[in-house]
Design a binder for this molecule. Sequence first.
Ligand code: ATP
Length: 276
Amino acid sequence: MTEALWFDPHSMAARINAQLADLHPHIPVFVVAETESTNADLLRLDYQADAPSCVLLTLHQSQGRGRQGRTWLSDAGSLTFSIRWQFHRSPAALNGLPLAVGVATLRGLESYGIKDLSIKWPNDLLKASSKLGGILLEIGKPFSSGQTHAVIGIGINLLVPCEAARLQQPAAALLEEGSLEPIAPVREGALIALLQSLLPALVRFDEEGFEGFRQEWMQHAAWLGQPVMLSNGSQGTLMGVDQDGALLLDTDLCIERFLSGDVSLRPAASDTIPLN
Ligand code: ATP
């Protein structure tokens, strides 16, 4: 295949959709060369309005978002996409969804051959304890009553971002530094492996909620049973998560519970914790 075809959005979309044709559930994958934010696009009801559930992949995202208004760096060495999904649950019943998505993302990356992965609560993907990927769940206005319109943005580093030096925590990537492997086939292969894991997981979450994912989340949790600190100043031993995906921290005085969105987690004695 010529290099131009690897980077042509129409050719990419055709190849990806063909490879996922037999996947259940089946939803369309759209590809654009660049956009500000795939999440922002899919939150708009008029964006691909005849495909309420769909995937949007971009080759370059200029204003990637993280939790609490933080920035997600995504340059030419990134895999950046969002999934728009219609859940038959209220927004309040999606509490554990970010963690379930973390589990499905980890599983997808493992099936692509990536090792040494763990999940930092609630859903950051770590490789050898450095941040490989981030996930941002946002809720939009409903397409139809009785359904919740959720947009799940996922950013995975294929190469360590050029601006990684300005991050507070070390970044990891799928490819080794200095790798000569062409990046475009890795982007496509990893996306397909991720969607093969993620889309069935979203169906399962809609039917069963977080409970079916909790055990697997705990098996892959970074620093489980170890001392950790939170950005709100709390410290204790990481005990795991409850049925809503809330973090359980043993502070010696009691077991404290924190919902995702409130706080960031670091191993104890870390000096890189963002302050809320
Ligand atoms: P934290 O990782 O600080 O606990 P968070 O889990 O809320 O915060 P996200 O919203 O998932 O973080 O991602 C935003 C944060 O991730 C940024 O504040 C920055 O520290 C880090 N970051 C941004 N871009 C990248 C990247 N490409 N690779 C690794 N880390 C990144």
